[in-house]
Design a binder for this molecule. Structure first.
Ligand SMILES: *Cc1c(COP(=O)(O)O)cnc(C)c1O
Length: 401
């Protein structure tokens, strides 16, 4: 067994002490069925071919590995490359995962999919995959998010999905996830729940990481062809952690490659002002798995804040918790202000408006590149494009004047 096989080997759905299945009895057999079908599919060349074809023809892969020459020049240090997940169909990396899970849904003979969504990006990616394969689709979304993300609500509906409003708790992502779980408990025989990140009970964290690993496999190959070697540093933003896991996993055994996950540092590191789960949280159980969680003194899940809706989550995927504890990956927060600056910097230097989520990763490169030699290489996962955030960005820049 190679180091990689070992590092990535699922241990009954655990990554060190994290992961597992903390769910009601009714879901155990559904998770067993999903895991069986997933393992069969990954060993079936017909599934692998079909998934590859979908990634090419529907998502538009492979995504470019782009040398950001003007950003590199401006920062005056390490060479900066961008993995352009923003150029995928629907504008982010999320489509990689929803295509994989939609194919699995067909294999399981199910005709309906459900999903939770915060900003609406995972909802749109799920609605898109459902439309492509003729699946019925229902997306749970907090009423607060429905109000803030009207355009994505309309996109989902135009794609044929039903958007189910959730008005419990903070009326945001965490509450939508609870509601989707509840639906699944009553509908599991004909419905698959497409979780949008490397979170949730086993086998979701491993499965979503594998479906997103096209990012890191392509980047590895593209980097070897462009530079003849691997990058010195990978940087990705971490909400639940799927774009980061997809980039990191295929290079996790390459010891020369350092990795940084950037979380939403928000307004401050006071509880309620941020969503930096690994930087400021503690081990706990949320949404069916053990991982780091942001909790108040009574053990209730804490309210979170970020300018970026996709990072605004009080949990994080269990494999990231494991990578943090083992020291393989470093995690740190980036403030709202730094992320906003990075949007402007990337737009001016490269003509790319990044998603507010991705801007957190860019901001970390802005800090590190000048301190690294010109012979060093940084690879940033540009997880999505910023069109969806333009209203928010305009408002934030206006407030700053
Ligand atoms: C949803 C989203 C994220 C955060 O999700 P991860 O699972 O942490 O990748 C990051 N970037 C974009 C563009 C997103 O839409």
């Amino acid at each position: 067994m190679t180091a990689k096989d070992y590092a990535l080997m699922p241990r009954n759905g655990y990554f060190g002490p994290y992961g597992g299945r903390f769910v009601p009895e009714t879901l155990i057999s559904a998770l067993d069925q999903l895991e069986r079908e997933y393992r069969r599919a990954m060993a079936d060349p017909i599934f692998i071919d079909e998934f590859d074809r979908c990634l090419r023809q529907i998502a538009g892969r492979p995504s470019e590995l782009y040398f950001a020459s003007r950003l590199t020049q401006k920062l005056g240090g390490a060479k900066i490359y961008l993995k352009r997940e923003d150029m995928n169909h629907t504008g982010a990396h999320k489509i990689n995962n929803t295509l994989g899970q939609a194919l699995l849904t067909l294999r399981m003979g199910k005709k309906r999919v459900i999903a939770e969504t915060g900003a609406g990006q995972h909802g749109v990616a799920t609605a898109t995959a459902a439309a492509v394969f003729g699946l019925e689709c229902e997306v749970y979304m907090g009423t607060e998010d429905i109000r803030r993300q009207a355009l994505n609500v309309f996109r989902m509906q135009l794609l044929g999905a039903r958007v189910a409003p959730v008005s419990s708790g903070q009326c945001t992502l965490k509450d939508a996830l609870n509601e989707a779980m509840r639906d699944w408990m009553g509908s599991v025989s004909g419905t698959h729940y497409i979780i949008g990140s490397v979170a949730g009970p086993a086998p979701f964290p491993e499965m979503v990481r594998e479906f997103q690993s096209c990012i890191g496999r392509e980047a590895r190959r593209q980097m070897l062809s462009a530079e003849g070697r691997l990058p010195d540093l990978l940087i990705a933003c971490v909400g639940g952690g799927s774009n980061a896991a997809g980039l990191f996993a295929p290079m996790i055994e390459d010891e020369s490659v350092r990795m940084v996950g950037v979380e939403a540092g928000g307004r401050s590191l006071k509880l309620g002002d941020h969503a930096a789960t690994l930087s400021a949280g503690a081990p706990g159980v949320l949404h069916g798995a053990k991982s780091y969680v942001l909790q108040d003194a009574d053990g209730n899940t804490a309210p979170v804040h970020s300018i970026s809706a996709g990072l605004d989550y009080p949990g994080v995927g269990p494999e990231h918790a494991y990578w943090k504890d083992t020291g393989r990956v470093e995690y740190l927060p980036c403030s709202d202000e730094q992320a906003l600056d990075a949007v402007v910097t990337l737009a001016h230097t490269e003509g790319i408006i990044p998603a507010l989520e991705s801007a957190h990763a860019v901001a970390e490169a802005v800090v590190r590149a000048p301190k690294m030699g010109k012979d060093r290489i940084i690879l940033i996962c540009l997880s999505g494009r910023g069109d969806k955030d333009c209203n928010e960005i305009a408002m934030l820049l206006e407030k700053r004047k």
